[in-house]
Design a protein around this ligand. Structure first.
Ligand SMILES: NC(=O)c1ccc[n+]([C@@H]2O[C@H](COP(=O)([O-])OP(=O)(O)OC[C@H]3O[C@@H](n4cnc5c(N)ncnc54)[C@H](O)[C@@H]3O)[C@@H](O)[C@H]2O)c1
Length: 371
């Protein structure tokens, strides 16, 4: 089998300190017969020094352009504007892309001819195996930041999540009880807040009702969600339709009805947000206040826990990356013969969109046969 060069660039998104592959995952790829170019410093923020990559046989490179010159580039976050200059027809990209919320990136990928596979739409019999590890971390983090921003010192209403003797606990509403929502609910309940879980999937509500992840469940219909949101101290947004723009479950009217100093944490912001008043924020400036409500809408929440997040992400990505590299080497990538472990991941190929939900978000872009 031909050797493929895999590039591992440093992340440049604001506050992002994760790396897509740990040294042990790089060793795995090299043992498998591939060559790996690592940008110097790529793993530093996550606790993996250059020497650790060199020790397993990676080639350390200072110049980002050289790393992006690899056959397959694997990275964490969607390419930022300056990185899009590296797109070219014989490049295969494997990363979080969240294209439904990224029209400029989508247009750049389509016009460049780059073949782009998204972590977040890769599907297996259990769900979304490359999204789940980061959703788990983001969900846990949402509980922490949601409760912390209720503090008066952080601009919140001064409500303690767990209340006190004779004083009821804070009320939290979690929209979408998938991986991120479940972990957020568990975290908030761990702080003794009262948690209502909202979903459109009745089976999921039933399961969580039985297992006690939440105190109460609510089927997701805007009019029914309205009164829970009005009463809530914290709302966590975690609703997802894979590949598509997030459904807007909490309207501006609902947010306006909330008590001043309440908090919304919209994790679904990476897919456009499921709270109408959400707009993307960064780890450097994570919040803004609208209608008196503190909004935390960071698109890369796990980026602030890079040790845990890089190890979890790399473990999930590495086996899929090897199959992708093998497919690129064999000329099967993007064809019906490519590995089934990449199912659902192909978003852009040969200058057209290749994922149904992403194509629905961009009716003006060319579409090739979607799988
Ligand atoms: N901001 C970040 O840093 C960050 C990090 C990780 C994940 N995320 C995002 O968190 C979101 C959730 O991810 P996940 O892995 O938990 O997804 P998931 O597929 O496990 O769960 C999504 C849930 O949303 C529910 N849902 C769909 N439409 C709904 C609606 N209209 N109302 C209520 N519920 C609805 C689904 O039934 C499902 O239970 C995604 O957008 C993901 O990209 C963000």
């Amino acid at each position: 089998m031909a050797t493929v060069t895999i590039g591992l660039p440093s992340e440049i998104k604001q506050g992002e300190r994760r790396v897509a592959l740990t040294p042990s995952a790089v060793a795995f790829a090299i043992e498998h017969g591939h060559r790996v170019l690592v940008q110097a410093g790529a793993g530093e923020g996550a606790g993996f020094p250059d020497q650790a990559y060199a020790a397993v046989g990676a080639t350390l490179v200072d110049d980002a352009a050289k790393v992006w010159g690899a056959d397959v580039v694997v990275k964490v976050k969607e390419p930022q504007e300056s990185e899009q200059a590296h797109f070219r027809p014989d490049l295969t990209l494997f990363a979080y892309l969240h294209l439904a919320a990224e029209p400029e990136l989508t247009a750049a990928l389509v016009s460049s001819g780059t073949r782009a596979y998204a972590f977040e739409t890769l599907t297996d019999e259990h769900g979304l195996p490359l999204l789940a590890p980061m959703s788990e971390i983001a969900g846990r983090a949402a509980a922490i930041v949601g409760a912390a921003h209720l503090s008066a010192a952080n601009g919140g209403s001064g409500t303690l999540a767990g209340g006190a003797a004779g004083v009821p606990p804070a009320k939290a509403v979690v929209i979408g009880l998938g991986v991120a929502g479940t972990m957020a609910a568990r975290g908030l309940r761990g702080l003794d807040a009262h948690v209502t879980g909202v979903d459109i999937d009745l089976q999921r509500l039933f399961d969580h009702h039985l297992d006690g992840t939440v105190d109460a469940t609510q089927v997701s219909e805007p009019e029914l969600v309205a009164h829970h949101v009005r009463e809530a101290d914290v709302v966590v947004g975690a609703a997802l339709v894979p590949g598509a723009r997030a459904p807007v479950v909490v309207t501006e009217e609902h947010v306006r009805s909330m008590r001043p100093g309440s908090v919304v944490v919209d994790l679904a912001i990476d897919q456009g947000g499921c709270i109408a008043t959400s707009r993307p924020t960064s780890l450097g400036a994570p919040t803004y206040v609208e209608h008196g409500v503190v909004h935390y809408c960071v698109t890369n929440v796990p980026g602030q826990f890079p040790r845990t997040a890089s190890a979890a992400l790399s473990a999930a990505v590495a086996p899929k990356l090897l199959r992708l590299a093998d497919d690129v080497a064999a000329g099967r990538a993007g064809t019906p013969q490519e590995s089934t472990v990449l199912q659902g991941a192909l978003n852009v190929a040969e200058g057209a969109l290749a994922h149904a939900a992403v194509a629905d978000a961009f009716p003006d872009q060319p579409v090739r046969e979607v799988r």
